[in-house]
Design a protein around this ligand. Structure first.
Ligand code: 2P0
Length: 338
């Protein structure tokens, strides 16, 4: 497994420059998929079955500081607390660093990761986490790599991280190459300043089945999964058109249907995957009522219980009134911390 990843990294890094620094820092925004990534065509190289499309979450994301240390092993901190080396978070991170160490000047690193979003609550913190790490490592090694290559490196850490190396609307191309060389993310050159994402925080506990296991189980056991790739491809085209034409109703409707179709494939898996909590269902009903009353609000839900709302800035007061404690992200707002 490591060998295939190492070969992939070697090919990618052959054009990298080298100007090693003592420390570096980077921020990456979290992202919410409007057309979801669900299923892998290659689990080792993290190649998806379908292309996906996301919107970044402005200042909600991950800041990562990386520093060379004179120590026998990496030191990992998450939100200010040291993470013991044997915990899955630290092992996954150090395993990823091992892939890139030959281009970093070897040695142990201290990695300090701070999320402005809850970890493992379906808010894609692994996406912003691996993206911020890769951006910081590019600076630490002085590689000067382009974003497309960095998105492919981030992809190896976590699929959705490929999309978090950019701001705004992003498409991750599934690609066809078995070696993974054409599965990268790309920014869609379009801004939509009125667009807002509302995060309904119902549950910040770690979910029982992670998305990696969830998508593998769905692809392996759900009869409904057969219809997913075509649905995702059709939705992606609709979303691209809606973005180009600033057609909010089509954007929202397509994103909501895409998310619920993904959850339908999970429900038909065995054992069934039900990420919804009672509050999730209540929120879905509330959104349907608000829409029936004329409010243009749509939802999307990842592999977790927390709904995210899609709406326009003019409706923000109404949605804050309807959802107490709503956290609102402004994807095209003030520049994210660099
Ligand atoms: C997405 N999710 O497009 C979809 C929707 C969850 C539901 O990408 O195995 O943590 O690390 O590639 O990226 C979450 O999956 O999975 C995800 P891996 P990842 O945002």
């Amino acid at each position: 497994m490591e060998e295939m990843q190492a070969r992939f990294v070697e090919r990618l890094m052959k054009d990298a420059a080298s100007d090693p620094q003592a420390c570096s820092t980077a921020f990456a925004p979290s992202n919410i998929a409007l057309c979801k990534y669900w299923g892998k065509r290659d689990a080792i190289l993290n190649l998806p079955v379908n292309s996906s499309l996301s919107i970044s979450l402005g200042s909600l994301g991950t800041r990562t500081d990386v520093r060379r240390i004179d120590a026998p092993a990496d030191a990992v901190h998450l939100n200010g607390l040291e993470v013991p080396a044997e915990l899955p978070f630290a092992r996954r991170l150090s395993g990823f660093l091992d892939l890139l160490r030959p281009w970093l000047g070897a040695g142990a690193l201290e990695v300090d990761t701070r999320n402005t979003i809850p970890t493992a609550a379906g808010l894609a913190s692994s996406a912003s986490g691996f993206a911020a790490l890769v951006l910081a490592l590019d600076r630490l090694g002085g590689w000067g790599m382009d974003r497309r290559s960095l998105s492919m490196l981030a992809r190896l850490g976590s699929g959705s991280a490929a999309r978090s190396v950019y701001d705004g609307f992003v498409q991750w191309h599934a690609g066809h190459d078995p070696a993974g060389g054409d599965s990268f993310a790309e920014r869609i050159d379009s801004e939509w300043p009125e667009l807002r994402i509302g995060i309904v925080e119902l549950c910040v506990e770690e979910k029982p089945v992670g998305s990696r296991d969830g998508m593998n189980r769905t692809a392996a056991t759900s009869a409904l999964y057969a219809s997913w790739p075509a649905q995702a491809a059709a939705d992606l085209d609709l979303l691209r058109n809606a973005i180009a034409e600033r057609d909010f109703a089509t954007l929202g409707r397509t994103a909501e249907r895409n998310a619920l179709a993904m959850h339908a494939t999970m429900l038909a898996a065995w054992p069934p995957l039900l990420y919804f909590q009672p509050g999730t269902v209540e929120a879905i009903h509330r959104i349907q009522r608000l829409r029936a009353d004329g409010l243009a609000v749509y939802l999307t839900i990842d592999a977790g219980p927390n709904p995210k709302l899609l709406f326009r800035s003019s409706d923000e007061p109404a949605l804050r009134a309807a959802f107490a404690g709503l956290r609102v992200a402004d994807p095209f707002g003030a520049a994210s911390p660099a």
